[in-house]
Write a protein that binds this ligand. Structure first.
Ligand code: F6P
Length: 341
């Protein structure tokens, strides 16, 4: 019938292997051959491709990372778009691809689709901020890891009568912070979407400790602004020029300690939130998305991504994912706020 290529791009995310398995097994049912493209767009630009069948994807459902590898290379930044991929597509007979990636990867997928390649996108990020879909796989796993960390930090904080500032990922959006804050019973949550007042944070912690509580947990999203007067002005970039976030919790902790004299510690959870096995709900979601992507490819759809709308998986234009970044709504954050202090 044809050859489906599948690739994973951008940062990894728990559930990628479940998506790959879903694509391979369903595409086989439709009569396609499937090939895996190594290291995201890089493999498509440099002809690094491996055949994949049902046997190749046995045992990977619960494994973290991606069996195909990933990279932040991009056919439009580091090449000439479709022209840079044609050698690989032609020599392997690939006539449609499933692209599993975040907004950057999906933007390039849309470019290739506009140039005529059959492309199905699968939105991926632990940050849960991709527009056009209600939720992304990997998010629930990251929230579970962050919640487990908060539970653990709370007991050591209580033993020592300390404040702990826990920093979670999420880039410019506070989905992980808000959900983990609610699930972990955080005493304050700070997210990039909503301005915060460090004096209010400090006062909340002070009155909590005055009323006899022995510890406080403050959850911060990595993308928040540092408190006034604590900005070091250091912006780090990765090898591809993307801003590297991480560490703002130290500035928040310094402000809290300076103003309260309460002993304050920091825990930056970092990549631990992306590693290891996906939770059951992410395995199910990722599997459904992989299967739906193969179904949409078999229907000759293109330039669409598999999106969650309520309980359904539906095709939506990739354009929708690229048009916006989805933030935490006010009412959800208000739920977290109810439990501050
Ligand atoms: O977008 C997913 C994400 O995990 C962000 O939450 C985080 O800021 C970023 O990727 C980290 O990227 P890297 O793996 O390049 O350090």
């Amino acid at each position: 019938m044809g050859v489906v290529g599948v690739l994973t791009g951008g940062g990894d995310c728990p559930g990628l292997n479940a998506v790959i398995r879903g694509v391979v097994c369903r595409a086989e049912e439709h009569g396609f051959d499937v090939v895996g493209i190594r290291d995201g767009w890089e493999g498509l630009m440099t002809d690094r491709v491996v055949p994949l069948d049902r046997d190749d994807v046995r045992g990977i459902l619960g494994r973290g990372g991606t069996i195909l590898g990933t990279s932040r290379m991009d056919p439009y930044v580091h090449g000439d778009g479709l022209a840079s991929c044609e050698k690989t597509l032609n020599s392997n007979g690939i006539d449609r691809i499933v692209v599993v990636g975040g907004d950057g990867t999906l933007r390039s997928a849309m470019g290739l689709a506009d140039e005529g390649l059959h492309v199905i996108g699968v939105p991926k990020t632990i940050d849960n901020d991709i527009a056009g879909t209600d939720v992304t796989f990997g998010f629930e796993t990251a929230v579970q890891i962050a919640t487990d960390a908060i539970d653990r930090l709370a007991t050591t904080a209580e033993a020592h009568n300390r404040v702990v500032v826990v920093e979670v990922m999420g880039r410019t959006k506070g989905w992980i912070a808000t959900h983990a804050g609610i699930a972990g019973g955080a005493d304050y949550v700070i997210v990039p979407e909503f301005e915060y007042d460090i004096d209010e944070v400090v006062n909340t912690i002070r009155s909590r400790h005055r009323s006899g509580r022995r510890y406080s947990i403050v959850v911060v999203g990595e993308g928040i602004e540092p408190p006034p007067g604590y900005d070091t002005g250091e912006a780090k970039k990765d090898a591809f020029g993307f801003e590297r976030l991480g560490g703002v919790a130290y500035q928040v902790a310094a402000a809290i300690e300076d103003q309260t004299n309460f002993e304050t510690r920091v825990s930056v959870l970092g990549h631990i939130q992306r590693g290891g096995t996906p939770v059951a709900s992410d395995r199910v979601l990722a599997t459904r998305l992989g299967v739906a992507a193969a179904d949409f490819a078999a229907k000759d759809l293109s330039n669409v991504m598999v999106a969650v709308r309520g309980t359904e998986i539906v095709p939506v234009p990739i354009q929708e994912a690229c048009a916006d970044i989805r933030g935490v709504p006010e009412d959800l954050f208000a739920t977290a706020r109810t439990f501050f202090g």
